[in-house]
Design a protein around this ligand. Sequence first.
Ligand code: KIV
Length: 296
Amino acid sequence: MQRHYQKNCNHTNTLVRRNNVNDILTLKKKGEKIAALTSYDYSTSLICDKAGVDIILVGDSAGMVMLGYKSTMPVGIKEMLVFCKGVAMGTKRAMVVADLPFGSYQPGVGAAIKNAIRFIKVGCDAVKLEGGTEVVDTIKALVSMGIPVMGHIGLKPQTSSLWEGYKVQGKTKNSSQKLITEARALEQAGVFSIVLEMVTSEVAKIISENLSVAVIGIGSGAGCDGQVLVLHDMLGIYEDIRPKFVKRYADLSNSIFQAVSLYRSDVKSAKFPEEENVFHMNSNEYRELQKNTTKK
Ligand code: KIV
């Protein structure tokens, strides 16, 4: 548990702590929607935390938006640990969830526990892993070791591309029933939350209403207990893919492009640096220096 002390308006210290499992479940019980976002570094996690986001997910989407991989599959544990460290340093109030990358939990329960502990040790509060009934034993083992787990069903980006591709899940009665069964199995295994990715809004609503765990949707409609988006998608920074379910809250790609272009032209035309950006010597020291350095 990360604890920080902050001065309140009476100038006494108030304990500031991160959301834990109980806080997230209380939001669901109160009917308050849960706001989650991804972040992969110290600077953006500071901003997300200050804005009052409830959960910061260090998603394996980091592999795509931070490292340029074509899918989430190649990103490794060492890379994810660096992202998680940065986010853990910047987050005081939100729960920090680490996405277990592909290959870190599939080899077996022992590997899953060992790797999950590495993420908790760098300051994360919970781990997320993809899968339905096939990961139930892994979830039970992690939870029994005291590690909170978030499940992830519906579209599973780590393996979907190998099978049916990136498709909306739960369009038929049979596929919907399979999703509902999987969600129940995850709940019984002990997850505190489930991400539902690209699931029809009808099925997502049924799952959210019938489960006691916090259901966080991405592309799964308004009936979920909360929402998560990839930060770089909603800020308009990552432009390789533009999923229909993303709402763009900013066009930072364009803003950054404008700023970088202006900087480049200011440097080329010697408009930057300006007087306010410059440090000066003491004038006497400068005169002395000039005497010694003036060409004879
Ligand atoms: O990796 C990620 O960012 C995720 C979200 C899309 C839920 O898993």
